[in-house]
Design a protein around this ligand. Sequence first.
Ligand SMILES: [Zn+2]
Ligand SMILES: [Zn+2]
Length: 266
Amino acid sequence: MPRVDFLGTGNAFSPHGRMHALALIDGKILIDAPPTVITQLKRTGHSSGDIRHLLFTHWHGDHIFGFPFFLLERKYVTNRDSKVGLDVYLRPGGRKILHGLCETGFPGSLDSLDSMVDWNEEENGLIGDTGWRFIRFPVNHNPETDPHGYELIHSSGFSILHCGDSGPCSEIDRRAPDADVIIVEMGVPDIGDFPHHHRPSDVVKLSERNPHAKILVTHNYSSARGRQEGFQMPALPEKIYQLEDFDALQIFDDGSFQIINKKSKK
Ligand SMILES: [Zn+2]
Ligand SMILES: [Zn+2]
């Protein structure tokens, strides 16, 4: 049964009780590679050597700076025999950025990057034999980062719209009606105009325009539930679920789904 694990749910500023936003699908597909991706995988019993597919949304540090660490661990620890291939899905131009990151981080150690990675610059297609396919689409975020989101459609018909790091935009609105679940990155509070980010009021409007869909909030600017420091979690309608680190979305064969909260598991 398909499952999405949220190994981090914070924005770039690492709010109290949250690591950077990171989604892991079925234990083998990663969305982005934040700085502490290795720690986040290990804390949840996963291994970099099990990851077969890595989809990048855009070129901001909180989404990509873990890439050299991820590759280094695979090369020297978890995938020494190179048995597990890695497909990286990215926009043209991304290869140069990732090559630069690896050369800066571990000069000389990752020269074999092109032999470790199969680069996929297609805008849509199958994600290997995982049963998932993707459609990449442009979103509204700092244009220098070439920002995109992903429609992720399972062979069962279940559809997840991952909005990437974005403010409200027509490309999200065009696709939202087809989504069962919408993952939205709520990077800033309601303290001004931020067209490149979703604020709580923007997430509420997104939910009102799409009452059929469950909205899952990640990349949250607020501290985790129950933390006294920093920004407090905003009160949002029940239809909108603000994820915590290590929450999971479990999808059942009949198309129903459940959000598993780490604190309510026991
Ligand atoms: Zn971000
Ligand atoms: Zn960003």
